[in-house]
Design a protein around this ligand. Structure first.
Ligand SMILES: Cc1cc2nc3c(=O)[nH]c(=O)nc-3n(C[C@H](O)[C@H](O)[C@H](O)COP(=O)(O)O)c2cc1C
Length: 328
């Protein structure tokens, strides 16, 4: 049994986290993750209103008695997002764990603190981690350059970013995120000072994830080389699957004068969610995935996967202790 400050703080059986995922993080998957002993997050912005978020949280509670949380991704958007209403719904529903990402959750922290909600802020740099802790966030989830989605603009791999963050925010607990896929990842992250690991890509390739089977099979088939970085020139980098559409976007963006309007029809999130995640056409739009896909070779249930990760981590830690002569 691996116990860390994360398992203690959140009353979870394992130090494994599934972060919020647009188009993926719905109640049935989050409940399966919770029932497997890990900590999953419902993605708030799937809901159009506080009422819808209330209903999604209830749907999850009907499927599990274990702890789970809600992800608030605080990004600028063309259509205003009802963040204050989401916050209210989270508090009223009795949720005690929130994962924030994007900008620091400064406006939301006082209400969360008052309601006893712990906030994990996910970010991509040491400096943003330090600010988030200064604002009062309880845990930092640090996303390395390997990660799916938004790795930021610094291009620092997790092997440097994680211990640098652990040192900078001590004694605040840190979760290792980006490129984490198995028990070896967990053992390595613990060795680098993390109290847990966050995985997105790995949880996409599970039985309970409601995306199309073609996408899961593509993740198994793809190697670590099959991602691309789009929107670099717009300073809004995204790590996505390498496919016909992302290759076209990268080609267009080789011309630094091109703006979002030149690629909007290609990168539209709704296109990826409908054509790829919904209908299984893996070349039908942009879809988010990380380098960790190179380590994914199966599509297990969440329960089997979490158990296998924990078994492997314990095995690696014990064998290394033996191999390297330290007391087991
Ligand atoms: C399909 C997909 C959608 C994602 N959407 C979000 C999101 O809406 N908000 C967020 O904070 N993180 C999002 N992420 C990032 C994950 O929560 C997590 O930080 C990341 O996947 C970790 O890297 P990994 O994929 O290498 O495990 C997404 C990841 C994936 C794979």
């Amino acid at each position: 049994m691996i116990k860390t400050r994360l398992t203690e703080m959140f009353g979870i059986e394992t130090p494994l986290v599934m972060g919020g995922m647009t188009g993926v993080g719905y109640a049935p998957l989050v409940a399966a993750v919770a029932n497997a002993g890990a900590l999953g997050f419902i993605t708030a912005h799937h809901s159009q209103s506080a009422e819808e978020l209330h209903a999604e949280i209830k749907r999850c509670k009907d499927l599990t008695d274990k702890p789970f949380g809600v992800n608030l991704t605080l990004l600028p958007s063309l259509n205003p997002i009802p963040y204050d209403e989401y916050r209210q719904a989270i508090i009223e529903s009795g949720i005690k764990i929130v994962e924030t990402a994007g900008r620091a959750p400064v406006d939301h922290l006082p209400a969360f603190k008052e309601a006893g909600v712990k906030v994990i802020h996910k970010c991509t740099s040491v400096r943003h981690s330090v600010s988030a802790v200064k604002y009062g966030c309880d845990v930092i989830s640090i996303d390395g350059f390997e990660c799916a989605g938004h790795p930021g603009e610094d291009d620092i791999g997790l092997i440097v970013l994680l211990p640098a963050t652990v040192d900078a925010v001590a004694p605040v607990p840190v979760i290792a995120s980006g490129g984490m896929a198995d028990g070896r990842s967990l053992a390595a992250a613990l060795a680098l000072g993390a109290d847990g690991v966050n995985m997105g890509t790995r949880f996409m390739a599970t039985q309970e994830c409601a995306i199309h089977d073609n996408v899961k099979r593509k993740i198994v088939e793809n190697t670590e080389r099959d991602t691309l970085l789009t929107n670099r020139t717009l300073r809004n980098t995204s790590r996505v699957a390498r496919n016909a559409i992302s290759e076209e976007v990268v080609k267009i963006q080789q011309d630094p004068t091109k703006t979002i309007d030149d690629v909007r029809h290609l990168v539209a999130g709704v296109r990826g969610r409908k054509n790829v995640l919904g209908e299984g056409d893996t070349d039908g739009g942009i879809w988010t995935v990380g380098q960790a896909q190179g380590l994914i070779h199966d599509i297990p249930t969440c329960k089997d996967m979490v158990a296998a990760i924990m078994r492997q981590a314990e095995d690696v830690l014990a064998k290394n202790a033996q191999r390297l002569g330290a007391p087991a």
